[in-house]
Design a protein around this ligand. Structure first.
Ligand code: AMP
Ligand code: MG
Length: 403
């Protein structure tokens, strides 16, 4: 443990420790209609070539390239080949086949001339090619991917593009991980649901709503519990239920040093703690361990801290459960346009606004940076990822996490 900051561990170490508790999410087969934002649990190989046959990339005429040299040249129009044409078409010397985009190339042709470069004499069914035909306007069988080729690996998060790819590969059903059920539990006597009347000393409970969104974003299933008052028996009861009904538990609040930080207390006395407190600001007090063998993240109660810690600590853990690197965090390099307060030895995540100037992306803070100020992260554009040795001085470059 480092001198001066006993018991705080670096983020990377915390992630590594947390990863020792692994779950093996089940797999299920689903229709690709339901595949959006699901994660592949098996590699996916193509059931066909793409394209499955040589076809035209243009509306125009299919001809033999050697006959199209030294334009203009006249050809007899043999027939018309549409997309979906199922006949064995062919052309002979002196012929051109009228062809549509996506239609199969007739035997005897090895190039296409787009319609715009032709003059058609409809009456005599003659076409004059005013340019050489183009071999590259033929989309060759298998040029995009080939049958049996593995295109998507385990852990692929299915975006709309990837779902279309699954379909083009010939799959109507695919195997994906079942989402993990994630209990999300807020703690605190002061918490009221939005929509309710705030009594003296009370605030709106906001963390579980945002944390549910983050769990959804990672492709898992949030189960939002009612907020638990600061009482050991009530907390125990809720954690027991959560461990029975869910795969993972995320709590918010009650993990600091205070007498009424009951999540930490109950975990110390009755749970298993793998680590407590990490070298990040804001968000240094999280703990991780297990409650009745169910992995549990005890996130800080301050709204900004709970979001930040989820992104940098829970995110990597959840991705690893499905061997996924997605959804990926986007990071960019920014230049600080003001001094930003850092904590030596810690990763500092301030909420920043970005703007471009002279080809660089500059960063400043706009909102009050208190970890209780949810507006700072909701309205900010990025989080600084100032490292343990960064000074945070104006003019310094640092990595930033896009919000
Ligand atoms: P705690 O970690 O329980 O000491 O809480 C730290 C601060 O975060 C306190 O000001 C709490 O009122 C606030 N807080 C705790 N939980 C929530 C929550 N679920 N939503 C909004 N604020 C919270
Ligand atoms: Mg509390």
């Amino acid at each position: 443990m480092g001198s001066g900051t006993p018991y705080f561990i670096p983020l990377e170490e915390a992630v590594e420790i947390a990863l020792k508790r692994r779950l093996s999410p089940d797999s299920e087969e689903i229709s690709i209609d339901k595949a959006f934002h699901r994660t592949l649990s098996e590699p996916l190989s193509a059931l066909t070539n793409d394209p499955p046959f040589d076809n035209s990339a243009m509306d125009g005429f299919a001809v033999k390239y050697s006959e199209s040299k030294n334009p203009p040249n006249n050809f007899k129009i043999s027939n018309t080949i549409e997309a979906g044409n199922k006949f064995d078409n062919s052309i002979i010397i002196g012929e051109a086949a009228r062809i549509m985009t996506g239609a199969p190339i007739p035997k005897g042709a090895d190039s296409i001339i787009p319609i715009e470069a032709c003059e058609v004499d409809e009456e005599n069914q003659i076409v004059t090619l005013n340019q050489e035909s183009k071999p590259h306007f033929i989309r060759k069988k298998g040029e995009n991917f080939t049958e049996n080729e593995i295109l998507l690996k385990v852990g692929t998060l299915l975006t709309p593009e990837k779902i279309s790819l699954c379909a083009a590969m010939g799959h109507n059903k695919i195997k994906v991980f079942k989402p993990l059920k994630v209990a999300i539990i807020s703690t605190g006597d002061e918490l009221r649901l939005p929509g309710e009347f705030l009594e003296k000393g009370e605030i709106y409970e906001s963390n579980t709503f945002g944390l549910s969104g983050l769990v959804n974003w990672l492709g898992h299933e949030p189960v939002r519990f009612s907020s638990v008052i600061d009482n050991l028996d009530k907390l125990r009861e809720t954690l027991d239920t959560a461990a029975k009904t869910c795969d993972v538990i995320i709590t918010s609040g009650g993990v600091s040093m205070g007498d009424r930080d009951f999540v930490r207390k109950i975990m110390e006395d009755e749970g298993e703690i793998d680590f407590w407190r990490i070298k990040v600001r804001p968000g240094s007090p999280p703990l991780f361990g297990a409650w009745n063998e169910t992995p549990i993240f005890g996130l800080p109660g301050n709204p900004v801290s709970s979001h930040v810690v989820f992104r940098i600590l829970c995110g990597p853990w959840f991705r690893a459960q499905t061997s996924s690197s997605q959804p990926q965090e986007s990071k960019i390099i920014v230049k600080l346009d003001q001094d930003i307060k850092t904590v030596p030895g810690f990763i500092t995540l301030r909420r920043i606004h970005l703007y471009e100037s002279e080809g660089e992306i500059l960063a400043t803070t706009k909102h009050h940076q208190g970890s209780g100020n949810i507006a700072s992260i909701a309205l900010g554009e990025a989080l600084t990822l100032l490292g343990p040795n960064d000074t945070g001085k104006k003019g310094e470059y640092c990595s930033a996490l896009i919000l």
